[in-house]
Design a protein around this ligand. Structure first.
Ligand code: PLP
Length: 339
């Protein structure tokens, strides 16, 4: 099977398994796991923050961010397609006791005027605005990248109103590679950032949450409260460290593969790619196709290609490090026979 469902399906390489087996470990809840400590220090420096925390998943990192930034009854401003709103089981309401203020957006960018007007004034009736949320790359918009100019303006608004900004950067390095900038060009505009080691970077488990020293000290406590205090976690941190050292630059290959595949979908099928390809996600609209999205999924599966039905009338293809240029060319050749 050529598995294009998600970049979460990547499997650890033999080298990754070797570094896992050999990782130096200790009790991380006591702060004694040298490999976790090394990963956290390396990751913090990489994204230009004072400190970082190794967490079990992107979802856990996001939840800890909300718990660390906000108080009960506050509001978090986010776009209406944000992963934290759509795919995290309503956890920010359940765990942090905050509500989501969801706003319309284009490719993850909420119009600045709407954003600023949504920050609550000091009034006994209103919830306080506790946090502004950004997602980069923007998953449900097809992996699109927020512009640096937009980030600058959001940071200005946030500073003016004294509200912190968190970035759900599950695919942060895809964003940095796509705009050919150092990742700190992005992260300097946010107070905290979460990124996944387990998606396109290819580690089997884990995410990083980074921010100020004080923020991460607080986050460490929240992680323990959520049951995320791991013990000899160095075996999980070691592949994360390897991923950060070896697998960032090559994300460009995934982006090139996505561009090739998107062009072929538009050219050889009656599906339509809904957005510009910035990174590794393709959303193909089937509304005007002779086949339904469901029929496309089964037809492709018969031909050895695994994709997901993403919306009632759309498919999602995702490229990643276990997909070669040959795989992409094979998929393109198969698509030519599908219409
Ligand atoms: C995948 C993803 C997450 C969650 O990460 P998990 O490790 O699957 O919990 C959060 N935000 C975005 C934008 C994602 O794509």
């Amino acid at each position: 099977m050529i598995d294009l469902r998600s970049d979460t399906v990547t499997k650890p390489s033999q080298l990754m398994r070797d570094v896992m087996a050999k990782a130096d470990v200790g009790d991380d809840v006591y702060g004694e796991d040298p490999t976790v400590n090394e990963l956290e220090a390396y990751a913090a420096k990489l994204v230009g923050k004072e400190a970082a925390l190794f967490v079990t998943s992107g979802t856990q990192g996001n939840q800890i961010a909300v718990l660390s930034h906000t108080h009960l009854g506050q509001e978090v401003i986010m776009d209406e397609d944000a992963h934290v709103f759509v795919y995290e089981g309503g956890a920010i309401s359940a765990f942090a006791g905050v509500q989501s203020r969801t706003l319309p957006h284009v490719n993850g960018e909420i119009p600045l005027k709407t954003l600023e007007e949504s920050i609550q004034p000091d009034d006994v009736h209103f919830p306080e605005t506790g946090l502004i949320w950004l997602e980069n790359t923007h998953n449900r918009s097809g992996g699109t990248v927020l512009t640096i100019d937009y980030l600058k303006h959001v940071a200005e608004i946030a500073t003016h109103h004294n509200v912190p900004v968190h970035m759900d950067g599950a695919r942060l390095f895809n964003a940095a590679v796509a705009i050919r900038e150092d990742v700190t060009t992005i992260t300097q505009h946010v107070d905290s950032v979460q990124f996944c080691l387990s998606k396109g970077l290819g580690a089997p488990v884990g995410s990083i949450l980074a921010g100020s020293k004080q923020f991460i000290a607080n986050a460490r406590k929240k992680r323990k409260m959520l049951g995320g205090g791991l013990r000899q976690a160095g075996v999980l941190a070691a592949p994360g460290l390897l991923a950060l050292k070896s697998n960032i630059k090559r994300l460009e290959d995934d982006h090139e593969h996505a561009r090739m595949l998107a062009a072929a979908i538009n050219r050889y099928t009656d599906m339509v790619v809904t957005h510009d390809i910035h990174t590794n996600i393709i959303i193909a609209d089937t509304a005007h196709s002779a086949k339904t999205a469901k029929e496309w999924v089964s037809l492709l599966a018969e031909k050895g290609i695994s994709v997901i039905q993403y919306k009632p009338e759309a498919l999602r293809f995702t490229t990643h490090l276990n997909i070669s240029t040959k795989n992409i060319n094979d998929v393109i050749n198969l698509l030519k026979t599908c219409s």
